[in-house]
Ligand binder design. Structure first.
Ligand code: PEP
Ligand code: MN
Length: 282
């Protein structure tokens, strides 16, 4: 695949260096390691705010949580929608942590953009081109997850849809792909990290939670990703994962999250990446 299909995302010519993005006073890429953590889904005010407090205490850079959820079954909980966004707004006010939250429908772009510091594009929407272009026009930073069966070049062309609208703040995310193996929820493609580093200047994060599907595997997959040179991780955590409305088995207990994070940051340091201190100017 020629990089002329994604000239803005490609790592060549003037772009032949890792980009550092500065988003809401936090840095990611070019040696700055960022952790994005929080629940899969905004369920209640208490569950969200208590997780946000724990994440601030643990020292993460961004808080995640879905108000709009892309569920495989139409009968599963679809998220709180606008009410969930209000809870995220409160979490941000209270902790100062920038918010990463998913946009599933182009009609909700204004509402989501009003709260999100980073708009998440879910794996199932990676090739929703009108959605990507609209996010590009919104000017809000975005994190694009790799589709379940998408190649790395397809992921880079998805990023190009946002970049082509003049929005430079794009983070790529490897979150596991579909293979014949069913011992894990998806198969984490660790090689995606160094391959993407060859092809693009954009920061690359790994989601160990959805790849693993169960919390016992989240630490080793996170360490592998960090040691392979990822610029960050996006990981799910919940005060009581046993009661979670979505993705309970893969969510880390918020109470022990700090121990987990110190181990991941040690692995990132092996690859020359450290959490950046918060910028003083926003
Ligand atoms: C999520 O982050 O909760 C999510 C739905 O992820 P993905 O789109 O990777 O399945
Ligand atoms: Mn989830």
């Amino acid at each position: 695949m020629s990089t002329t299909t994604y000239p803005l995302a490609a790592r060549e010519g003037a772009n032949d260096r890792e980009s550092t993005l500065e988003i809401a006073g936090r840095r990611i890429g070019g040696g700055a390691f960022a952790t994005i953590a929080g629940p899969c889904t905004v369920e209640t005010r208490d569950q969200t705010l208590s997780t946000a407090d724990a994440m601030l205490e643990a020292g993460v850079q961004f808080f995640r949580g879905g108000a709009y959820k892309p569920r495989s079954s139409p009968y599963s909980f679809q998220g709180l929608g606008p009410e969930g966004l209000e809870i995220l707004r409160e979490a941000k006010q209270r902790t100062g942590l920038p918010i990463v939250t998913e946009l599933t429908d182009v009609r909700d772009v204004e509402a989501v953009a009003a709260v999100a510091d980073v708009i998440q594009v879910g794996a199932r929407n990676m090739q929703n081109y009108p959605l990507l272009a609209e996010i590009g026009r919104s000017g809000v930073a975005t994190l694009i997850k790799r589709g379940l069966a998408a190649t790395l070049d397809e992921l880079l062309m998805a990023a190009e849809y946002v970049l082509a609208e003049g929005n430079p703040n794009v983070i790529l995310c490897e979150r596991g792909i579909r293979t014949f193996e069913n011992a894990t929820r998806f198969t984490l493609d660790v090689a995606a990290v160094p391959v993407l580093k060859e092809r693009t200047h954009l920061p690359i994060v790994v989601d160990p939670s959805h790849a693993a599907g169960r919390r016992e595997l989240v630490l080793p997959l996170s360490m592998a990703a960090a040691a392979a040179g990822a610029d960050g991780i996006i990981v799910e955590t919940h005060p009581t994962p046993e009661t979670a409305l979505c993705d309970g088995p893969q969510q880390l207990h918020a109470a022990t999250f700090a121990d987990y994070l110190r181990q991941v940051e040690a692995a990132a340091a092996l690859a020359g990446r450290v959490p950046a201190p918060e910028a003083t100017t926003v």
